[in-house]
Design a protein around this ligand. Structure first.
Ligand SMILES: C[S@@+](CC[C@H](N)C(=O)[O-])C[C@H]1O[C@@H](n2cnc3c(N)ncnc32)[C@H](O)[C@@H]1O
Length: 391
């Protein structure tokens, strides 16, 4: 266990492990930030702090209503160590209020406090969509059916100045098939329903498309070197990891080779792994020794076997585009059959458990649009701004 410091009862940080480019510290990151990092020395703080959860998780989450106060000393320490060109990127999950289907505002309150009190600038808000997220909390989503799946985390990209260094050219995505078609066959310049004038510059091949502020990354890691290492050593994998695509996206977009990346709430050191792979210097700090024992599994070889280096998009055997998630346009089931009227109490009274052999509701058969209809829908959308079945 790390020793307690004389000034406070916070344990002092100790070097736990080092690699060619990085260092892992065991202990309280407030101590690390104060004692091991010089002012204006860090290019990127990339982190996922403990989330404010009302139901406490095993790694000591902080209550939602005390969260902003708890975070303040970290915000001040981050401000001190960041370079003026640096960035602070915080991945933060939402929380449900106890006992009712409403959401806590704690992560928005944190964002406002970081900007209004700690004088950070909001460079951009991002959302990490986890397509593999389960439909929870079951009570609101699958039992009473009064809320939908909560499948995104907010990611606040903040900076000490309005001009952090950044380039979206570092995170381009491969063009979709339809864009590739446009690049080959051309596009007739025209006004969009939104009023945007699409000029023929739209046809330039810029090496890839500019990604949106939605990062789609399924959290389905089950056979990585990290998981295998934890299994071999009988260690419990960290329960709240982010997939390495999340830190890697920001490391690539916001830092250069040999820049310094810090994760003060490192957990299983995914940020360190992504930084090592992308040849940045890095420092990770984590309170719990057992999480760090597992994190060692990420640094067993020089080239991490869990490397998530993206391949260019190509077709799978089934003809589908790899590396793309499909998001349905709303409306596929809007066929006029709505079922029983909505419960006037908003789901307050719990629905009775369905009997075992209850006949399921019959919906009118859904006609899936054929590819040529889809193409038609797209063309019509461009002209009218309305979908064929929606609008
Ligand atoms: C959401 S988890 C981070 C998970 C990490 N991003 C990953 O993918 O493995 C937050 C971590 O912060 C750690 N933590 C909480 N307070 C800390 C502190 N003051 N100093 C260092 N680590 C802390 C917790 O033990 C927990 O492992």
């Amino acid at each position: 266990m790390p020793q307690k410091s004389e000034k406070s009862d916070r344990p002092q940080v100790k070097l736990f492990h080092s690699t060619a480019r990085g260092e892992i510290y065991h202990g309280d990151s407030l101590d690390l930030l104060a004692t091991r990092l010089r002012p204006a020395s860090v290019d990127l703080i990339m982190t996922s702090p403990p989330f404010g959860l009302v139901r406490k998780k095993e790694y000591g989450n902080v209550d939602a209503d005390k969260y902003v106060e708890w975070f303040k000393p970290f915000a001040e320490a981050f401000k001190r160590v960041l370079k003026p060109s640096g960035s602070l990127v915080i991945d933060i999950g939402g929380a449900w209020n106890p006992g009712e289907p409403t959401r806590s505002l704690y992560h928005y309150e944190l964002l406002i406090s970081l900007c209004k009190e700690s004088n950070f600038h909001l460079a951009q808000e991002f959302f990490w969509w986890n397509p593999a997220r389960l439909p929870t909390p079951a009570e609101w989503v699958t039992v009473r059916r009064v809320r939908v799946k909560d499948a995104i985390n907010c990611i606040w990209w903040l900076s000490p100045t309005p001009w952090p260094k950044a380039s979206n050219k570092r995170v381009l995505q491969s063009y979709s098939d339809s864009m590739k078609g446009l690049l080959v066959h051309g596009y007739k310049p025209q006004m969009r329903p939104s009023g945007h004038d699409i000029s023929d510059k739209f046809q330039n091949d810029n090496g890839g498309s500019i990604p949106p502020n939605l990062i789609a990354a399924a959290h389905t890691e089950s056979n990585s070197a990290y998981i295998r290492y934890c299994t071999d050593k009988k260690l419990k994998p960290h329960p709240a990891r982010f997939p390495s695509e999340v830190p890697e996206f920001f490391i690539r977009m916001l830092t250069d080779i040999n820049d310094l990346v810090v994760d003060p709430f490192a957990g299983s050191c995914v940020t360190g792994e992504a930084a090592e792979r992308t040849k940045r210097k890095w420092i990770c700090c984590e309170l719990r020794d057992d999480y760090l024992q597992g994190a060692l599994g990420r640094f067993q070889t020089e080239d991490s076997p869990t490397a998530a280096i993206s391949e260019p998009s190509y077709k799978t055997a089934g003809g589908q585009e790899k590396d793309y998630y499909r998001i349905s346009k709303p409306g596929g089931f809007w066929n006029g059959v709505e079922g029983p009227p909505l419960a006037a109490d908003g789901g307050f009274k719990r629905p009775p458990k369905p009997e075992k052999k209850l006949k399921t509701t019959t919906y009118l058969p859904h006609r899936s649009p054929r590819p040529e209809q889809l193409a038609l829908m797209d063309a019509r959308d461009r002209r009218t701004g309305k979908g064929k079945f929606g609008g």
